[in-house]
Design a protein around this ligand. Structure first.
Ligand SMILES: O=C(O)[C@H](O)COP(=O)(O)O
Length: 332
């Protein structure tokens, strides 16, 4: 790995990962299931005895004394996974390379997040993962305002013992009506290096369209002093494997609100795309994608194709039942 790569990862880590975020129950699965391309350079993330899971919170557990909150949960044979790229940001609007610069949504982006929320309003969500960047967090929160289940998304603060203790919720009933939101820097946009803040069109005029296209869409080629998609995948896919997949395997339905490139790397992993195929994968802002995780496999159930909900997703039997329950509750 090039020196600049290592430095860029360290730089990101030192800024945003001062928090404890692992627990023994979520530490790595064997690497056997991880494709070779992600295996070799996988991040080594160690836990200390005092560290806790990203989801180690009593939200999903009836008893705060239990260390493994999910063990008591009835295992389901399938779980929904929703991926959403954030809505338009102020720098998307200005056509600037953004990367890890923390820029909020435009008004259009707010609208896109709300529309995305309408499209997933009948899909169950037990847990939300976002990047540490505000545009992804705004998108997740705005989308959830549209959800028919009306649970309250609550950001977990596990960065220190005090932050965790002071944000504790003491009512089990209230916890049941909440959705834990876990913010993770590993889901951040790729670090765009020395392109951050530059205009995309002007950069293409200066360095050539082909060069800029390779920086933006190739798998291996990093932008100057930034992360290639491959480097972005090292942390985003490792985080997915270590923290999100076990939740899906436990039957928890998960939404991830993140970024064009961190999600491209995760989709490459889910769909088993080659480094060539991923070059043509481009995600629109604010468009949710649905996967079903079943028997260890991810099945893409589609993305919105029209404004009518029936055309949005191919429902599974379980999702259809969830939808029926929401309809029944609405008519009481
Ligand atoms: O960081 C950015 O500039 C965008 O969010 C993603 O940009 P890209 O489409 O150039 O990868």
């Amino acid at each position: 790995m090039a020196t600049s790569t290592t430095m860029s990862h360290q730089a990101i880590g030192s800024v945003v990962s001062q928090r404890p975020f692992k627990a023994s129950q979520f530490l790595k699965e064997p690497l056997n299931n991880v494709p070779m391309k992600f295996r070799q350079k996988r991040f080594k993330i160690e836990a200390t005895a005092s560290q806790i899971s990203v989801v180690d919170n009593t939200f999903l557990s009836p008893s705060p004394s239990k260390n493994k909150p999910h063990e008591s949960k009835k295992k389901s044979n399938e779980a929904a996974l929703i991926l959403i790229r954030h809505g338009e940001s102020l720098w998307n609007e200005k056509n600037l390379f953004t990367g890890c610069v923390d820029v909020p949504l435009t008004q259009k982006g707010v609208g896109e997040a709300i529309e995305a929320g309408k499209k997933i309003s009948n899909i169950p969500v037990d847990l939300i993962f976002t990047s540490s960047l505000i545009r992804a967090q705004m998108t997740a929160m705005l989308a959830m305002t549209q959800h028919r289940r009306k649970k309250v998304p609550i950001i977990l603060h596990n960065e220190s013992v005090k932050a965790k203790t002071w944000s504790h919720v003491f009512s089990e009933e209230t916890r049941k009506q909440s959705i834990p939101v876990i913010a993770a820097w590993q889901l951040n946009e790729r670090m765009y290096g020395e392109l951050q803040g530059l205009n995309k069109k002007e950069t293409a005029e200066r360095y050539g369209t082909q060069q800029v296209h390779e920086w933006r869409r190739s798998y291996e080629i990093p932008p100057p002093k930034g992360e290639s998609l491959e480097m972005c995948a090292e942390r985003a896919v490792a985080y997915f494997e270590d923290n999100i997949k076990p939740e899906l395997a436990s039957g928890n339905n998960v939404m991830i609100a993140a970024h064009g490139n961190s999600l491209r790397s995760i989709i490459m992993y889910l769909d088993d795309l080659t480094s060539q195929e991923v070059t043509t994968l481009d995600l629109s802002t604010g468009v949710p994608l649905l996967y079903i995780f079943k028997e260890g496999k991810f099945m893409k159930r589609g993305s919105p194709v029209g404004s009518t909900e029936a055309g949005v997703y191919a429902y599974t039997k379980r999702l259809a039942q969830y939808r029926e329950k929401l309809d029944a509750a609405a008519t009481i």
